[in-house]
Every structure is written in C-alpha cells, then in structure tokens.
Design a protein around this ligand. Structure first.
Ligand SMILES: Nc1ncnc2c1ncn2[C@@H]1O[C@H](COP(=O)(O)OP(=O)(O)OP(=O)(O)O)[C@@H](O)[C@H]1O
Length: 403
C-alpha cells in the first residue's frame, strides 16, 4: 500500500486535514483500513500526556520518567515510538520530524521505513527537507483539496533596502560580557542535565544555541530569563549582575526581548497588526491610545521592513502563522533590547516562511546592537550567527562546545 506525503503551507489547518484523512474523505488516497488508524498530532499528544497523568503511571513510555517532565522533543518522541510499536494499518503523522533533532529524525525515518512495508503511512509536512525516502506519492494541500505536488520557488521577501528603525532610547551596556555562565551544572535528582557549562556572550554578538532533544537548551534559557530556580546559587551573570541578586522581573523585561511560539498563542488576536507592534513599547496590548506619534511611526517602519505596511489594520489573528511570528519579533525589537531571545522560531513554519523569518533575523543582527540568542535543534539554512554554542549530552550531563 502506498505511503503518502502531503506538503502544506502555514495557512493549512493540519488538524482538519488529518481528520478528513482519518474519515477517508480524500478520494485521491485509498486507505488500507478505515478502522485501524492511528494519528499523531499536537492534540493527540496532549491527550496522550493527560492519559498518562490520569493513570498515574508510565503507560506509554518505558524510560521511567513521567512524560510531563520531559522536554518538548522527548514527549513527541515518546508518543511517536509508542504509535510505531502499535503498528496500526494506517498511521497519519502531522509534521512528525519538526522539533526533533537530526539523529532522532533519522532514527524515526528508519523505523517508519520498516513499518511502511506492512502499514500505510501518511505524513503531513511543511518543510521539504523533512520528506522521508519511502514515500511513493506526494501531494500538496490547496484550498482544502489535495493536488499532485510540484516544487516551486519562494516568492515573498522582506525589504532588504529598508533599514530597521532606530530605538527612541538607546540602551547601553559597557561591561565586557552581557551573559556569563561559569561552570554551571544542573541535575534533577540522579539525572544530570548540564555539566560545567562555561559560556561568555559579549554585547552585540549573534549566537545560536543548538543541541539534540533533551540536551538542556530550554533549561539554560529559563535560567537566563528568570523562571528556573536552578539558575540561583550558580555562577550565572546577567547584564553584569549575579543571577538572583537584586534585578526585578520588570528590570529584566526591559532588557530582554523574548520570542517563543507559545507567546504568539497567548494573544487572542483581536488587535490590529500595528497595535501588536506598538504593544512592544508597553509590554502590554490595547494601549494604542497611549502611544506617541513617534512610537506609531517606529512601529509602522518595522511593518514596512517585513512587508506588512498594507496590513496595519488587519487583525493579528487573520495573519498567516509566519507573518504573526515576524510581527511578534518586531514587537520584541521595538525598544532594541540588550538581548533578544528566539526560542525555536521556525518550528511549524513552511519553507517559505522559515526563510523569510531567517532573513529578518539576519537583518536585525546586522543592523542593530542587540545581542541575539537563537535556540534551535536544527541548523537553519541561511541563518548567519557569529557563533554556535553546541550542547552535547553525556551521562554526566551535557557539555558545551563553541564552534
Ligand atoms: N522536573 C524534571 N525532572 C526530571 N527531568 C527533567 C525535569 N525537567 C526537565 N528534565 C529533563 O531535563 C532535560 C533537559 O530538558 P530541556 O527542556 O532543557 O531540553 P531541550 O534541549 O530544550 O529539549 P527539546 O529540544 O526537546 O526541547 C530533559 O532530558 C528533560 O527530560
């Protein structure tokens, strides 16, 4: 039975597509079974985590670690492994490789290839590099229908010739290091996560923090941004001060622009695109009336850079996922914070939107003094960091390497 790959862009509601597949509503695809079907998607993962909590036991994974304490990638792998072991006749996977590190992607592709000898596998993917080898038919989603896939180039770009706007107030920082980690180690009970991490970040540098799933990337980020108690009592220096010695959360917020995909989902999307960017001056939404003309002008200029000057009055929720993320990054940048943290910003984006985002980040790095910390499990094509800080897991915890 043929395994199928379905490419989609960020306008596609993959949950609906998976649902239609499961109900056998696409005439292009002949399902091997209409009853023995399993689905992986974010909703199924949520239910999977809930199920384990209800049973209060490790039903689905054999590692002994409760799934809710696992990293995002580890949770995804636990569910995918469980589904492959079940060997359903039809397995529908919504972007299974996204958020997995390269080694895990390879391992999953090999397991799926074996499974494809007996089962029918249907993969939804937004990145071309995620296409597995064992696929015999490729489609793409267009207007909720499936059409045969043909590769086409990218069309949209950001405005290379429009400079990012200057801040109203230039934040300055004179000390040699913006962030310093000296022999930072973290463990959870017997489990060692980080081992003797030494890392100096100078003002204005552009770093990519990279490492496989579970290597401790989120742990380092949460120690820096403040909500991980493991950060206290360590030799971790932020903006020249030892972590936990005096700076309030608000002082940190003033200096750090933070982007996570979860943050985008926190907004209800009723505000316009322009209001969303203006909100970056206030760390709040709905304060458009408080904004000065200069703030409005700067926000508009940011939208020009990302080619959204004709969408200033569009409601945020009506923008595509890729555009929403660009707006959120512009919002995080309006004050030119000393530090911009970007946590897996391309997760879930299609090739075109991922490339747009990458060129926007390169532009910010080139035209601002903001220090950038870009966190990812994959080396994003085209991203131009000054340095990579790579976490490599060992049984004593991850070690860090600069390259
Ligand atoms: N409360 C906890 N108890 C036990 N282990 C934990 C706990 N919290 C986190 N961990 C472990 O710490 C390790 C590092 O997690 P972290 O989220 O920092 O990884 P990551 O590099 O961000 O992974 P990913 O790429 O999958 O997002 C993981 O192996 C995770 O299982």
């Amino acid at each position: 039975m043929e395994s199928v790959l379905i490419f989609h862009n960020n306008q596609t509601n993959t949950h609906d597509i998976a649902d239609k597949l499961r109900k056998n509503q696409f005439s292009e695809i002949e399902l091997k079974s209409i009853s023995n079907i399993k689905v992986y998607n974010p909703k199924a993962l949520e239910a999977f985590i809930r199920e384990e909590e209800i049973h209060d036991t490790n039903v689905f994974n054999t590692t002994g670690q409760p799934i809710k304490t696992m990293s995002g990638g580890e949770q995804k792998k636990a569910m995918l492994n469980y589904l492959v072991t079940q060997a359903p006749e039809v397995l529908i996977l919504d972007n299974p490789f996204d958020h997995l590190d390269l080694a895990s992607q390879e391992a999953l592709k090999n397991r799926l290839e074996k499974l494809a000898e007996k089962s029918q596998i249907i993969v939804l993917a937004s990145r071309k590099e995620d296409a597995p080898n064992f696929i015999s038919k490729k489609y793409k989603v267009e207007n909720d229908s499936l059409i045969p896939f043909e590769d086409s180039g990218n069309s949209e770009t950001i405005h290379a010739d429009i400079q990012i706007p200057e801040p109203i107030i230039h934040q300055t920082f004179e000390a040699p290091y913006l962030i310093q980690l000296k022999n930072v180690s973290v463990s959870y009970g017997e489990k060692h996560i980080l081992k003797d991490i030494n890392w100096n970040i100078k003002p204005g540098e552009f770093w990519q923090l990279i490492g496989p799933n579970g290597s401790g990337k989120t742990t380092i980020l949460s120690m820096i941004t403040g909500d991980n108690v493991k950060g206290y009592g360590q030799d971790l220096f932020l903006f020249g001060k030892k972590k936990g010695t005096g700076e309030t959360v608000w002082e940190l917020k003033e200096k750090i622009g933070y982007f996570t995909t979860a943050l985008t989902q926190q907004f209800n999307g009723n505000n316009t695109t322009l209001e969303m960017v203006i909100g970056g001056f206030f760390d709040a939404v709905g304060l458009y009336n408080k904004a000065t003309d200069l703030q409005k002008q700067i926000a508009f200029q940011w939208l020009k850079v990302i080619n959204l000057e004709n969408e200033i009055n569009t409601r945020f929720r009506n923008l595509s996922l890729g555009k929403q993320r660009m707006v959120m990054i512009a919002r995080a940048m309006v004050k030119h914070p000393l530090l911009l943290i970007l946590d897996e910003p391309t997760t879930g984006l299609d090739d075109e939107n991922a490339q747009l985002l990458v060129s926007f980040i390169n532009k910010i790095a080139a035209e601002s003094k903001t220090t950038i910390l870009y966190v990812s499990h994959r080396k994003e094509t085209g991203l131009q960091p000054d340095y990579n800080f790579t976490l490599q897991p060992t049984i004593h915890g991850s070690e860090g390497f600069i390259n």
